[in-house]
Ligand binder design. Sequence first.
Ligand SMILES: [Cu+2]
Length: 310
Amino acid sequence: MSVTRGDIDDSTSRPRGSWARGLCLALATAGLAGKAGANTSGGMNLPVGVTSLSQNIYALHMQVFWTCVVIAVLVFGVMIYALVKFRHSQGAIPDTTMLHSTKVEIIWTIIPVLILVGLAIPAARGILFMEDMRNSQLSVRVTAYQWKWQYQYMGAAKGINFFSTLARSSNFARQLHSGIDPKTVPNYLLDVDNPLVIPSGTKVRLLLTSQDVIHAWWVPDFGAKRSAIPGFVNELWFTVDPGKEGVYRGQCAALCGRDHGFMPIVVDVRTPDDFKKWVEEQKAAVKQASTHAGDEPRSAQLLPGQSLPH
Ligand SMILES: [Cu+2]
């Protein structure tokens, strides 16, 4: 039996191209439906996260993943079938006359283009969504330093201003010959003294900059990662879903020097009411500190290692 490249591709690619797209969409939908609200597949996948941004990114990721799976199954399926079915021992004779097929070339150009366009549309939508900073309800200026973060609240929470550095327990344990087993330290290298506190269900905008080298603020559960660059102000937004209050952790994601691995990020998400209370407490603490010092009220600027009153 003889076979040509043209025969294989012509008989399989065209009908299966549209079938593949249909199956891909069905699988992506099923995958997303199954994963809604879940976090990772045993740590093997991206986190679904707790913001519309992270969920959007996860959906796109799964769509691309299933598209790749379907393409791989079809292409390798045809290859393996041809290798087995038309092997030499079965009497297959190569066709040396059929060297070019314009029809096949058009088909295998159009199908990948359609797949790429199909992926580019949701990707472009996702990027536009990510960059839409309008109508933010809380802005926080984030300044990165080697190796800590400074959070300065704006708007209604203006005046709250503090540094966030590696928690002392982690800092002690990481020292050479500390004698402390890091495994005994809870959230080793992922804990800070003063977490960023934000309300759930609120569009939070971060204004990121740096005072020395390039750092990057990254919290995977928020689908949020952006560079903090000296001399630039980068923007980033996220809204944590109501009901998803809790503590979320991240890290600096740009190699920023010796202690790059020791500037984690912790975000404490509270309900809007609890956040309001927290803001009032912080403002009262600032006022009290200023009165004791005999000064006009000023911002509560904590140095690394100091803690805000809880
Ligand atoms: Cu850094």
